[in-house]
Ligand binder design. Structure first.
Ligand code: SAM
Ligand code: DTB
Ligand code: SF4
Length: 347
């Protein structure tokens, strides 16, 4: 019997490089072994994304179709009305999602927008969905107010290594990102933080990103790994294609370094074959964005995802933490799970 992989916060560059340099099969076997110590290998968590405020962002992130610095032809939209957001959340729940993630193209939320955003959190939570938001930088006061409203997760990506960061974004610093993550932690919310691959970063930058995430005082509960979606009009529209095996390797290394975190196969699935996605699940990815649109770019059609799950024998992960349940609740959960799986596939 193998010892359970420890959650470590002292990963060195050499150690992580050694993982990346393992033969592919050895790396995947190791990642899958760790994965099974912490998770059911046949369950994938399912989240739905909604852009609640689109485009005209003051930041200059070179990958992003929503930055006001580039002309990507995107239609700008003001903050969506609360009722419209709730309508989308109801639809996400009906299609089998368990978490609803709301994203805004802001540097940080303005004071005048906070009451609306708080209403959205309360309303989505009341539907029985987990709530997640990504609104840019947060000071401690705003983080505390969102936590108080019941926000479960805050997404704030480190995106790449500290060394490569200013080649991609100049309007904020790596330290700004770390400060927001600190405020989110202090407020008691769960952290969703990851990065993007395929922006021209080196292997050392990927190592740097994963070390930053894993060596945080507490690892993020959710780690989205995005493959760059190349959008016309952004400075990265002609970025060189990433070697797909390097993408899968990065998922496997993230799984080994952050054994208890959900690793999300995030943007870029539309550009991946079913076989590649299956390989990332084997490498330890256990969460996806589900629904035809990410924030502004396409995601696979839901029926294609349902078919893929069915072909692979994967079930959508249910939401209640078993540690918090009474015996009666556990029985109810198992019953509900059977019904939900059946209706998920019928959807
Ligand atoms: N404005 C907020 C922020 O940047 O923190 C929240 C929304 S922003 C769109 C959320 C994340 O989406 C970014 O941190 C980035 O990792 C990811 N993202 C944006 N454009 C992308 C693209 N073209 N390909 C892959 N990921 C992308
Ligand atoms: C994350 O890491 N990826 C999501 C979510 N967090 C907010 C966003 C992906 C955006 C892809 C480009 C777009 O659709 O605009
Ligand atoms: Fe704005 Fe976020 Fe896009 Fe950067 S990633 S331009 S902060 S919406």
């Amino acid at each position: 019997m193998q010892d359970t992989a420890a959650i470590r916060h002292d990963w060195t560059e050499d150690e992580v490089r050694a993982l990346f340099e393992l033969p592919f099969n050895d790396l995947l076997f190791r990642a899958q072994t760790v994965h099974r110590q912490y998770f059911n290998p046949n369950e994938v968590q399912v989240s739905t994304l909604l852009s609640i405020k689109t485009g005209a962002c003051p930041e200059d992130c070179k990958y992003c179709p929503q930055s006001g610095h580039y002309n990507t032809g995107l239609e700008k939209e003001r903050l969506m009305q609360v009722e419209k957001v709730l309508e989308k959340a109801r639809a996400a729940k009906a299609s089998g999602s368990t978490r609803f993630c709301m994203g805004a193209a802001w540097k940080h939320p303005a004071e005048k927008d906070m009451p609306y955003v708080i209403e959205m959190v309360k309303g989505v939570k009341a539907l029985g969905l987990e709530t997640c938001m990504t609104l840019g930088m947060l000071d401690q006061g705003k983080a505390d107010r969102l936590a108080e409203a019941g926000l479960d997760y805050y997404n704030h990506n480190l995106d790449t290594s500290p060394e490569f960061y200013d080649k991609i974004i100049t309007t904020r610093s790596y330290q700004d990102r770390l400060d927001t993550l600190h405020h989110v932690r202090e407020s008691g919310m769960k952290i969703c933080s990851g990065g993007i691959l395929g922006m021209g970063e080196t292997a050392t930058d990927r190592i740097g990103l994963l070390r930053q995430l894993a060596n945080l005082p507490q690892q993020p509960e959710s780690v989205p790994i995005n493959m760059l979606v190349k959008v016309k009009g952004t400075p990265l529209e002609n970025a060189e294609d990433l070697d797909k095996f390097d993408f899968i390797r990065t998922i496997a290394v993230a799984r080994i370094m952050m054994p208890a975190s959900h690793v999300r196969l995030s943007a870029g699935r539309e550009q991946m074959s079913d076989e590649m996605q299956a390989m990332t699940f084997f490498a330890g990815a256990n969460s996806i964005f589900y629904g035809e649109c990410l924030l502004t770019t396409p995601n696979p059609e839901t029926h294609r995802d349902l078919q893929l799950f069915k072909r692979l024998g994967i079930n959508p992960e249910q939401r209640i933490s078993e540690a918090d349940e009474t015996q009666e609740q556990a029985i109810m959960r198992d019953l509900q799970k059977e019904q939900d799986s059946a209706s998920f596939y019928e959807a």
